[in-house]
Design a protein around this ligand. Structure first.
Ligand SMILES: [Zn+2]
Ligand SMILES: [Zn+2]
Length: 247
């Protein structure tokens, strides 16, 4: 069995699509596999872009290139290198999509989990839309045309459209004090009174950061450190300090 990065990513995308349109099996299992496969594809397309810049960039420690068993980058580090070393600019929403795909895949693979169907569909739409755009813009791969000729395209399009269609409608709410950005939709649709997103139904809670900032943040955005949680900016500060020591 031999797959290069692009073939491997494409295989994961195909696998996701088979599961999206498969109505013969329980829906929850299919959605779980779709999120896993799409997250896998995201990781691989990011790595492919690094490899095209230089094959060593895909290794956590670049000087271990060309050892085949050396550790390869996490998606976080891949994004960081794409921006700092390759000079690519990823939009804030795309970075959030990559981040949430990593988290969802992690809980699916290592913990008990519950993802409401609507949330799962929003995440799938964001991941699909990202993979198709990124592979076209940065890897010159036209996976979209192939999808367009897929007889199941209308079904697939429902997922990738959700995001685009709704983003304009609720974007104004970002300026409304009673609403916050939903960690799932990334739109200003999270009702801070009801603690629920009015668009995808995502429920969340505000907790206090135990890091330096001590500020309130939405629980699902944090990173668990033992029994405590750090807010995203303290996690980033922490990671930056850690990386700094290492190099
Ligand atoms: Zn939402
Ligand atoms: Zn903090």
């Amino acid at each position: 069995m031999k797959f290069n990065l692009v073939e491997n990513a494409k295989d994961s995308l195909d696998h996701a699509i088979e599961n999206i349109i498969d109505t013969s099996r329980p829906r929850d299992g299919c959605l779980k596999r779709v999120i896993q496969s799409l997250s896998h594809a995201v990781e691989l397309v990011l790595k492919e872009r690094l490899v095209r810049e230089h094959p060593a960039f895909v290794y956590t420690k670049v000087d271990q290139y060309p050892t085949n068993d050396a550790l390869t980058v996490t998606t976080d580090l891949a994004v960081q290198r794409l921006e700092r070393l390759v000079g690519l600019t990823l939009e804030r929403d795309d970075k959030k999509t990559i981040e949430s795909s990593r988290k969802k895949r992690n809980v699916i693979e290592h913990f008990e989990f519950e993802i409401p169907t609507k949330e799962a569909e929003v995440i799938i739409g964001r991941l699909l839309s990202f993979i198709i755009r990124f592979s076209k813009e940065h890897l010159d791969l036209d996976w979209q045309s192939e999808l367009l000729t897929n007889p199941c395209w209308p079904e697939l399009k429902k997922y990738s459209d959700f995001w685009d269609v709704h983003s304009q409608k609720v974007i104004d709410r970002l300026y409304d004090l009673d609403f916050d950005e939903c960690p799932i939709c990334l739109l200003g649709s999270f009702d801070i009174e009801e603690l629920q997103c009015q668009l995808c139904g995502h429920k969340d809670a505000y907790i206090d950061c135990i890091g330096l900032c001590k500020e309130e943040f939405l629980e699902s955005l944090g990173e668990e450190i033992g029994n405590y949680e750090l807010c995203p900016s303290c996690v980033r500060a922490d990671a930056a300090a850690f990386n700094h020591e290492k190099y």
